[in-house]
Design a protein around this ligand. Structure first.
Ligand SMILES: Nc1ncnc2c1ncn2[C@@H]1O[C@H](COP(=O)(O)OP(=O)(O)O)[C@@H](O)[C@H]1O
Ligand SMILES: [Mg+2]
Length: 360
């Protein structure tokens, strides 16, 4: 087990800088998820931790020792990839034992470790099978087993579930979380899937374009997204955004002549009377009595999800298309107008220029 610290780490390929300074103290036993869209630099960060890419600038420490110059094999790290290749001609046992064998570990110790890992992963009865005689989920567990037997200080995962079908992904997600709770090994897990990130991570590092947008617990990033980008990336269906303006007294946001939403607490003077992007999650609208609503939606479209309904439509004043998540499908006919209210504390305000969160 280990603490891992990234200190202002940069990465350039030739002249092209792709990671622009990332810092994070990952605590012993923590499960950290690096989340962001394809191409934002997640794998590059992971590969620098593993020692598979040179760190251009900055410092990487494991248990307070700088490891920038250490070879991958000397870092005591195990990595699981998306395309885990098992040796097809070897049994499950041999697949799991192979890495230890080439490290010349004594046979008895290998036997002990493989049996222990197989027990944890519920693979004991499959130890003599070949990979082709296993299901996709079992094969993925063997790939995990190969890492577990090494008893590394740190686990790295690069989108390990993205080749599995949806149902198996959900199941493996829970297995991974349970495994982490059993072993308690510091883990860094890369994914572009926000649901995976929210369910697995103790904390998330949300990245975009080689920059860190926010580091926080899943609830932090959901409740207080630090930027417009994070707000739009986390949550499903995505947060709605409206062009708006803060009032001179800092107590409201004006979407149009007819739509003014109260803000609480009052904004600092520096954020008054300025152009903003206002964010509201679909699940935070409530149906209001006709005259009490602060926004009106003209209903254009419905999606019935079973437990509740997504209603899509256009704001009466601001004319923005947005989505509301409401219970019960029968009350929202197309063409009708919904009167909606939103609690002031559920509003998210972002500076229109910088995209940074403003206010509480
Ligand atoms: N070996 C490489 N040479 C040049 N550019 C690279 C190399 N590896 C990655 N990149 C670039 O770095 C950026 C981040 O890539 P990557 O870390 O793979 O993103 P992600 O894993 O988030 O999809 C991309 O623009 C990619 O094209
Ligand atoms: Mg990648």
């Amino acid at each position: 087990m280990a603490d891992v610290s990234l200190r202002n780490i940069h990465k350039s390929f030739g002249q092209n800088e792709v990671i622009h300074g990332i810092s994070c103290d990952i605590h012993d036993g923590e499960f950290i998820v690096i989340l962001g869209p394809s191409g934002c630099g997640k794998s590059t960060v992971l590969r620098m931790i593993a020692g598979l890419e040179v760190i251009t600038k900055g410092e990487l420490t494991i248990d307070d020792k700088v490891v920038n110059q250490l070879e991958p094999a000397d870092r005591d790290i195990a990595m699981v990839f998306q395309n885990y290749a098992l040796y097809p001609h070897m049994t499950v046992f041999k697949n799991m034992a192979y890495g230890l064998k080439i490290r010349r570990m004594p046979k008895a110790e290998i036997e002990k470790r493989v049996q222990k890992a197989a027990g944890i992963l519920e693979l004991t009865e499959f130890l003599n099978r070949k990979p082709r005689q296993l299901s996709g989920g079992q094969r993925q567990r063997v790939a995990m087993g190969r890492c577990i037997v090494r008893e590394p200080k740190v686990f790295l995962f690069d989108e390990p579930l993205s080749n599995l079908d949806a149902k198996l992904r959900v199941q493996m997600r829970q297995e991974l979380r349970n495994l982490h709770e059993t072993l308690g090994i510091t883990s860094v897990y890369v994914t572009h899937d926000q649901v995976e990130a929210m369910t697995l991570g103790d904390r998330l590092i949300v990245m975009e374009n080689g920059y860190v947008e926010q580091i926080g617990s899943p609830l932090d990033v959901y409740e207080k997204p630090a930027t417009h980008f994070v707000a739009g990336f986390i949550g499903s269906p995505a947060m709605n955004f409206f062009e708006a303006r803060t009032s001179r007294d800092g107590q409201s946001a004006q979407l149009s002549d007819t739509e003014t939403l109260p803000i609480h607490p009052q904004l600092d003077p520096s954020f008054r009377d300025q152009a903003i992007v206002l964010g509201i999650r679909p699940e935070h609208f409530k149906l209001a009595a006709e005259r009490d609503g602060t926004m009106q939606m003209r209903v254009e479209n419905l999606e019935t999800l079973g437990a509740d309904t997504l209603v899509h439509g256009k704001s009466a004043g601001n004319k923005t298309i947005f989505t509301v998540r409401l219970p019960d499908i029968h009350r929202y006919p197309k063409g009708s107008t919904l009167s909606l209210s939103i609690s002031p504390e559920k509003l998210h305000l972002f500076d229109k220029e910088s995209g940074k969160r403003i206010g509480a």
